[in-house]
Design a protein around this ligand. Structure first.
Ligand code: NAD
Ligand code: ZN
Length: 344
């Protein structure tokens, strides 16, 4: 369940009172420690003891070493199966916190309090947790639902612009795959900031939630959420492996540009729709220089995508603005053409 918090966090306090947890562990990174934890602690009313678990900020931390350290700390602090983990942060924290919680002692309860736009509209919803492995994104993980998701939109006020823009890519994706009116209202926004974006968050969360409820295990419609992510993830992984990480939403925006063009090449959408999508994405997102990456290196990663079956690359491609297909296998020629289109 997703709850938008009042200024006094009363719904969170009710939740904490109603459940009988043994202890609370709050997972933060250095930034959410500084900007968000004081707000949470200032409003949280509980007699339970709590411990702060802090990791360094960044995708580079979303790995097995960090997970191992956190499992060890939970063990040293004698966390039992009635412990509650509160994940206070962006997608790295909700992915990592969900992963360690769902595996520690075969699972302790956790809640997500997302603090980035990306985690509010996307990462904290849907029950996917995970860590990266050998530069492959989210290779190891679990399906596990948080007990609750609490959204406090004011956390966005301290979020750097680039992070806000990164999360906005997932909102645009939600519009493109499922709700043309949402896409159209988002592209009316000229200046991206917390004030202009917050009114649209609920629609994006609802789209993600709705899709996940219909297909939790990603057998069909949930695959549409992967639009922009097939090529996007490959480029994100390549950048990460070169020690030059880019933001997830930046990679997804790039991926959506390529995959919108690919949908046109595959005859799924009109040239006009493809151009509208590309032009609008380019308004928000700067060009990513992918000249260092060969077609072969990108294709090799595409072939390792989790969505693939029988060694065939499965794409989730738009069938219009507001609708999306999945398990679409494209010709190699068109995939390379879509990358060449972006490079131009
Ligand atoms: P992030 O967690 O790294 O947060 C981005 C940056 O913002 C970090 O430096 C963080 O410290 C800082 N920050 C967070 N909240 C802040 C605040 N309120 N004020 C100031 N700074 C703040 O990244 P993200 O973009 O939120 O999430 C990306 C991750 O989410 C990726 O690892 C991606 O794979 C994952 N993801 C998961 C899912 C899923 O379904 N599980 C979906 C989408 C993305
Ligand atoms: Zn994403």
């Amino acid at each position: 369940m997703i709850t938008i918090l009042n200024d006094d966090f009363s719904q969170l306090n009710t939740f904490l009172h109603e459940k009988s947890f043994s202890k609370i562990f709050i997972l933060v990174d250095e930034n959410t420690h500084e900007y968000c934890l004081p707000v949470l602690l200032g409003n949280m009313e509980t007699d339970l003891g709590f411990e702060i678990l802090e990791i360094e900020a960044g995708e580079e931390m979303k790995n097995i070493q960090t997970a191992n350290q956190l499992w060890e700390i939970l063990t040293e602090m004698q966390a039992d199966r009635k412990a509650l983990v509160i994940n206070l942060g962006g997608g790295v924290i909700t992915d990592m916190g969900g992963f360690i919680s769902s595996t520690y002692k075969r699972g302790v309860q956790f809640i997500n309090i997302p603090t980035t736009l990306l985690s509010m509209c996307d990462a904290s919803i849907g029950g996917k947790t995970g860590i990266d492995l050998m530069n492959y994104k989210n290779m190891v993980g679990t399906f596990a639902f948080p007990e609750q998701i609490f959204i406090y939109p004011k956390f966005l006020e301290t979020l750097p612009f680039k992070e806000l823009r990164s999360g906005f890519a997932e909102m645009l994706k939600h519009g493109l795959i499922a709700d043309k009116a949402h896409w159209e209202s988002l592209i009316q926004i000229h200046k991206l900031d917390a004030e202009t974006i917050v009114p649209h968050i609920q629609t994006s969360m609802d789209i993600k939630q709705h899709v996940v409820e219909k297909d939790f295990h990603e057998k069909d419609i949930r695959k549409t959420l992967n639009f922009g992510h097939t090529i996007g993830h490959s480029v994100e992984s390549l950048c990460l492996s070169q020690g030059n990480p880019i933001l997830h939403g930046e990679a997804v925006a790039m991926g959506m540009i390529c995959e919108a063009h690919l949908a046109y090449l595959e005859g799924l959408i009109t040239q006009q729709d493809a151009e509208t999508i590309v032009e609008n994405l380019q308004r928000y997102y700067p060009y990513l220089d992918i000249s260092d990456f060969t077609d072969e290196s990108i294709t090799a990663l595409l072939l390792n995508d989790k969505k693939n079956t029988n060694s065939k690359i499965n794409f989730s491609l738009l069938s219009g603005i507001g609708s999306c297909t999945y398990d679409h296998q494209c010709s190699q020629e068109n995939i390379l053409k879509s990358l060449a289109f972006y490079r131009k």
